[in-house]
Design a protein around this ligand. Sequence first.
Ligand code: SF4
Length: 252
Amino acid sequence: MKHAQLHEVFSSIQGEGPWVGQRQIFVRFAGCDIRCQYCDTTLDEVQILDGQPYPQSCSIQIAIGSEQRERLPNPILSQTLTMSCTRLIIPGPSRPVLSLTGGEPLLQTTFLMEWLPTVRNHFTIYLETNGIHHGDMEIIRDLVDIISIDFKLPSSTGLRPFWDDHTKFMQSARGKTLYIKVVVTRNTKVEDILTTCTLIRQFDRSALLVIQPASGPLAPDSAMLLNYQQTALKSIENVRIIPQTHKILNIP
Ligand code: SF4
């Protein structure tokens, strides 16, 4: 499969985690196999393929510095995607960063296996994932540079726990540059933070945990946030509270 189901391709700043503020080219893969309570991904013009909803077209920024976008029908060919990303590179000394985000990029691992080797020499590859598909992570492990692993807390998502998958996922990503993120809401239970920390401690107690507050009606208050961080710092070394800054700055 040399084509991908995509939502959009554009240049912006990384809004989350320790690379916050870095200019990146975002490739937003369409489709996700879970549905978190706080998810802000909307699917307009949805079509269903293999039981998964996918948008009929992909919105692509036409040039760096331009707000204009073109709509191409899904699926997008690998050559078209490479061209769309390449024209968003800012000429200069810094190495461009490609952010693979979603949806869940690892649902399209067959495409990634074929496409990433063709762009790997030109970009740093930053993967944002829900940390569930450990088998797929194993497959593309050597094709990515930085991994943002989103632990899904049952009290935040309203879904079943994925602790076992997250544990296996961290093992699949071992040796890569990575950090773990948890989205917290006003419903998040301290027990879920404790379980997260236990898993991180067993993996690598110095691994970074980012606590990211949900926005909107589910947003936790400041006392809750500080309490989550205090709880986590009792068992692991590096815990930061970092909000989604692109929303504060009103940047896409
Ligand atoms: S894993 Fe990400 S894309 Fe999927 S439902 Fe949760 S927040 Fe949304």
